[in-house]
Design a protein around this ligand. Structure first.
Ligand SMILES: Cc1cc2nc3c(=O)[nH]c(=O)nc-3n(C[C@H](O)[C@H](O)[C@H](O)COP(=O)(O)OP(=O)(O)OC[C@H]3O[C@@H](n4cnc5c(N)ncnc54)[C@H](O)[C@@H]3O)c2cc1C
Length: 536
């Protein structure tokens, strides 16, 4: 973070603020390990004993029973899922959990793998680690596996999900064949491209404001043992944009495309293919092992050369290559985390759990985070890639930037909160790029509270979208300019009880619905008013 640090009030806060790396190493990592062990036992032993795929229908009935009870009680409060707000991957915490009636979903199972139809049926709280481990053991894989182990299927559908295969398969929502949704009138609706298709196209990005997701069918593809990864270091902005654009559009050859941008003019563009047998054009690199350098540091070292290089990376190591270092966020928490000594001794304990990082935020670190720190993913049309990198250089000076391609597909009725890019002549281009900016902006005089609203306007002006797990300062009007609410509004009006039960997306993702961890801790100790239902 910045060297400018406001005074702190207590010794504990002083340690948390000024010696966060030491605190993380001595306290957060051991507690994280113990907590991870608890989560592992809970997910893999206790849930296994208590739940089973065969009991899925009973669990759905339990959700319906809770909604029927809410209706019998007069449908007076708004509803939300009961999952603890501290567990979400967002750095913010949902405060609406305190004021709304919590509906327990409790569904963590992988229900069924249909190899003939090439789909896996899963419950919404199944995590990426659980789904990919189950599938890989059977020789399958999801076409796109968002990076972090704890991301949930429900969160990736109701929010958004992207990975480096998204140039080919699109966002997480596009690998979904169907959804089972319990609506606010207690009906179970199966939604697909041909059945309840309006709901099917509007559930993604809706953040649980149309109903409760209780199952989803996801496409699967055959897994292979390795990713053959080709690294191309490039040294001009034009070369970076031209190479990245070209590789993203080559969906026949490239299974994965990613770029890490280290300055305005330097980046490494990476393309990957799946293979079972490493060839002699490069070594096998088990990059995910605890003592290996953090992936973005390993890639940065390649900039020194102008020659492309090839490596064969075991599949799970590739899929979770940024997990140990939370992309590059870890560098600011444990500054010495990539030192070989630390890696050999404690690398296996990384990363600390998100819940604990949030819970130990202090008022001082909150102020610093809001002023200097950025965690944003901007989803920009490929046509504006160069202009976007220049924008980040001029206003943020924050590197590395993560470039992950993503296709935004249309559907016959053009339904959805997001749409493909349309240029001034009306030509459509589905290819977008997720520009991930995580870390401390180095631009002199930078203040995130001023820079974020300007960035959001830049995104709207160029037909981009903002990933909604991150903080937004958009007004409601601008939020509606960014995301097309026309079909969403119509659908909410037509679904019985929908507007009584759920606020709009903006109510959940803006400051109306989310607060910083520090503010949440304060709120918990005060009396919270129940949020009354409304039909407006
Ligand atoms: C450090 C970090 C790294 C990240 N890396 C990636 C990445 O590599 N790729 C990527 O795609 N994304 C990434 N994300 C963002 C992530 O995609 C979003 O946070 C996403 O929404 C999933 O998060 P979650 O599982 O915690 O869902 P939550 O935040 O818990 O849920 C998202 C929304 O969906 C609603 N919801 C969830 N389940 C249900 C349900 N069953 N019924 C109704 N509503 C429901 C919730 O109420 C909430 O509004 C990252 C985020 C962080 C902080």
């Amino acid at each position: 973070m910045s060297s400018e640090k406001p005074p702190t009030s207590t010794l504990f806060e002083y340690v948390l603020t000024h010696h966060r790396g030491l605190f993380a190493t001595l306290f957060l990592l051991p507690v994280s390990c113990a907590y991870s062990l608890y989560v592992y036992i809970r997910n893999h032993v206790l849930f296994r004993l208590r739940t089973a795929p065969a009991r899925h229908e009973l669990r759905v009935q339990e959700v319906i029973r809770q909604i029927e009870a809410w209706k019998r009680d007069g449908a007076r409060e708004k509803l939300c899922t009961a999952r603890s707000g501290w567990q979400t991957m967002s750095e913010m915490v949902p405060k609406y959990k305190l004021s709304r009636r919590n509906i327990r979903i409790g569904m963590y199972d992988v229900l069924n793998i249909d190899e003939k139809r090439r789909v896996v049926r899963v419950e919404p709280l199944a995590s990426m680690s659980q789904v990919s481990r189950t599938l890989i053991a059977r020789g399958w894989i999801l076409p796109l596996v968002p990076e972090l182990d704890d991301l949930t299927v429900g969160g990736l559908i109701m929010g958004f999900g992207v990975e480096t295969s998204s140039h080919k398969y699109g966002l997480f929502q596009y690998i979904c064949e169907s959804f089972d949704l319990v609506t606010a009138d207690g009906q179970l609706k199966h939604c697909s491209a041909t059945e309840n298709s309006e709901l099917f196209h509007l559930i993604p990005w809706s953040h649980g404001t149309l109903g409760f997701l209780v199952a989803a069918e996801l496409k699967i593809i055959p897994a292979k043992k390795y990713v053959r990864l080709e690294y191309r270091p490039l040294h001009t902005l034009d070369a970076v944009c031209e190479s990245f654009d070209r590789e993203c559009r080559d969906t026949t050859r490239n299974e994965f495309v990613e770029a890490l941008v280290y300055s305005r003019d330097t980046a490494v563009v990476m393309t990957g293919t799946l293979t079972d047998t490493p060839a002699s054009d490069g070594p096998v690199n088990t990059i995910g092992r605890w003592f290996k350098p953090w992936f973005y540091k390993h890639v940065e070292a390649m900039l020194a050369s102008r020659e492309p290089r090839v490596e064969y990376i075991p599949l799970r190591h590739y899929l979770h290559r940024h997990t140990r270092s939370y992309f590059w966020a870890m560098e600011e928490i444990i500054t010495f985390g990539n030192h070989p000594l630390f890696r050999w001794l404690l690398g296996w304990a990384l990363p600390p759990r998100i819940e604990l990082l949030k819970y130990t935020e202090t008022e001082t670190t909150r102020q610093l985070r809001e002023k200097h720190h950025v965690v944003q993913d901007m989803l920009m049309p490929m046509a504006w890639l160069k202009k976007s990198i220049e924008y980040f250089e001029d206003h943020f000076e924050l590197y590395p930037l993560w470039l992950s391609p993503m296709a935004v597909f249309d559907n016959p009725r053009h339904l959805g909160l997001i749409h493909p890019y349309r240029d001034a002549k009306g030509n459509i281009d589905e290819m977008y790029v997720d520009i991930g900016a995580y870390g401390t902006a180095r631009k002199p005089g930078f203040d995130g509270r001023e820079a974020l609203p300007k960035l959001e306007q830049f995104v709207i002006d160029h037909q981009g979208y903002q990933a909604l797990y991150a903080k937004t300062l958009l007004s409601e009007t601008d939020f509606r300019r960014m995301f097309d609410h026309s079909a969403y509004d119509r659908l909410r009006k037509s679904l019985p009880y929908c507007r009584q039960a759920f606020g709009e997306i903006y109510d959940k993702v803006s400051s109306r619905g989310r607060v910083s961890p520090v503010e949440m801790r304060k709120l918990k100790s005060t009396d919270i008013k129940v949020e009354r239902s409304s039909t407006t």
